[in-house]
Design a protein around this ligand. Structure first.
Ligand code: GDP
Length: 466
């Protein structure tokens, strides 16, 4: 694909709105915009300085399409690093299309997904991991995912990787220099310093790799499976957590046969609640399928919430105990929160009864009333306690991107080979091969090393206009 032609796209969501922004970028952006825009002040757009705004009209020949504001950004001081014009027009879908069509007739090409950001990367306005953070920022839907994306976009992670890469590159050059003087047996690269560097890089890589577990859940939300028999109040609890009527609440037992997912933000962290059909043995085939699905959902979840109707404890207490044990045995490492619902319906002494009996079976027992909201805050806090937000609060670098994670793993593998080489007293030329491989994987993250296929994959996930 060519990257010096002039592209155009709608930068705001499609459909009607108060205002829409149409963006042009490329060598001819100012020329094309000047040809369709007449400013109220009589100024010619292409002669104006960068970072200025003009009121005027977009005209197709003599036909006035809209009254607009036009912003001018000149290369290299723009998002893409090219000449950029942004037309803020009235947000009718018709006007948006007319202006875009006009730009296309005047010589623009329709931008592909992520092409503005791709150009920003190609023009060194940002590195690859920062460009990827732009997509994450647009997709962020909780305080945590937003904070992670902002941190990455501002270069926290890239800078750390770049610093290590430069230090390693420096050593690689020194070692390779020794090879040129092989006969004279000189050592330009101090082996002690080199060992220190390799130790440091190993530590940093391990820390970043470990951070991915946290980063991934913070970015994508923590999956929580809600397990419980029909009618115990799973949908009501979801609604209480959501504070709105989203899941369908019904009096008929077994309505939640399929699974429903809901994303709920608690304390700035996204939780993905998966409502399931419970695990009690049944002869009904549809319910039976539901049980199989429930186990599949527990498998995917990071935390399990087991919900029961506290009113039924007197009669079904032993079944409830068995179910709790079943989940604990099948998933011994998964945090399990046992929630007793409908406590608003209980006489006081019955409450202590189930607490006494269940406490030995679970470390997290929360009595609630999903209907009145009583205890729901406690449940939220219990869930939050399962999330390690320390790294986020301390502003540590957290890896959130699977591609970066893969490259870090490969870099670590190479660095460990270098370490083995040092331990075995290998010669510089052999060490140099593994160092170069490690450098390659560092470079993949920030984009010093890239190819069209990789770039295509990354930017195809963007929206058009970004
Ligand atoms: P699900 O099948 O587990 O999703 O259960 P629902 O959320 O549909 O609730 C079943 C019935 O129990 C509905 O009539 C709810 O209004 C009622 N319910 C749910 N939670 C409570 C609660 O805490 N207290 C009382 N009194 N009723 C509740």
């Amino acid at each position: 694909m060519k990257h010096n032609d002039t592209i155009v796209a709608l930068a705001t969501p499609s459909g009607a709105g108060a205002i829409a922004v149409i963006r042009l970028s490329g060598d001819a952006a100012l020329e094309i915009a000047s040809g369709i825009f007449t400013s109220v002040s009589g100024k010619v757009l292409k002669e104006q300085p960068t970072h200025t705004i003009y009121l005027g009209h977009i005209k197709d020949g003599e036909r006035v399409l809209d009254e607009v504001l036009v912003s001018v950004f000149k290369n290299p001081n723009s998002y893409t690093g090219e000449d950029v014009v942004e037309i803020s027009c009235h947000g009718s879908a018709f006007i948006q299309q007319e202006i875009i069509q006009l730009c296309l007739r005047k010589g623009c090409r329709m931008a592909q997904a992520g092409e503005f950001t791709l150009r920003a990367f190609l023009n060194a306005k940002m590195d690859l991991s920062q460009a990827e953070a732009v997509a994450d920022l647009i997709a962020s839907d909780s305080e945590a995912s937003h904070q992670l994306a902002i941190q990455q976009m501002r270069g926290g992670f890239s800078n750390e990787i770049k610093r290590l890469r430069e230090e390693l590159l420096n050593f690689a050059s020194l070692i390779e220099l020794e090879l040129d003087f092989a006969e004279e047996d000189v050592e330009f690269a101090n082996r002690e310093d080199f060992q220190k560097l390799i130790t440091k890089i190993t530590q940093v890589l391990k820390r970043l790799i470990d951070s991915f577990a946290t980063g991934n859940v913070l970015k994508n939300g923590i999956p929580v499976a809600i397990v419980g028999e029909p009618n115990v109040g799973k949908s009501t609890l979801l609604n209480a957590l959501l504070n709105e009527e989203r899941a369908i609440v019904s009096e008929i037992a077994g309505t939640t046969r399929d699974t429903i997912e809901d994303e709920i933000t608690i304390g700035g962290i996204g939780f993905r609640f998966i409502d399931t059909a419970g695990i009690r043995e049944t002869t009904d085939t549809i319910e039976g399928l539901g049980i199989k699905k429930t186990f599949e959902k527990i498998e995917q979840a990071q935390v399990v919430v087991y919900l029961f109707d506290a009113q039924e404890f007197k009669v079904s207490g032993s079944k409830i105990k068995i179910e709790i044990e079943k989940i604990k045995n099948k998933y011994p490492r998964k945090p399990l929160v046992v929630v007793a619902n409908k406590i608003d319906r209980l006489p006081k002494n019955e409450k202590t009864n189930f607490i006494d009996i269940l406490t030995p079976h679970t470390s997290h027992l929360t009595p609630i009333s999903a209907k009145t909201g009583n205890g729901v805050e406690d449940l939220k806090n219990t869930l939050l306690n399962f999330v390690n937000t320390g790294a986020l609060r301390n502003n540590e670098t957290i890896v959130t991107n699977t591609r970066h994670y893969d490259s870090l793993l490969k870099a670590l593998e190479e660095i460990q080979k270098v370490q083995t080489g040092i331990d075995a007293n290998l010669s510089g030329d052999l060490l140099a091969i593994d160092i170069r491989q490690a450098l390659y994987h560092f470079g993949e993250i920030t984009g010093e090393i890239s190819n069209d296929e990789l770039l295509g994959n990354i930017f195809a996930n963007f929206c058009i206009g970004k």
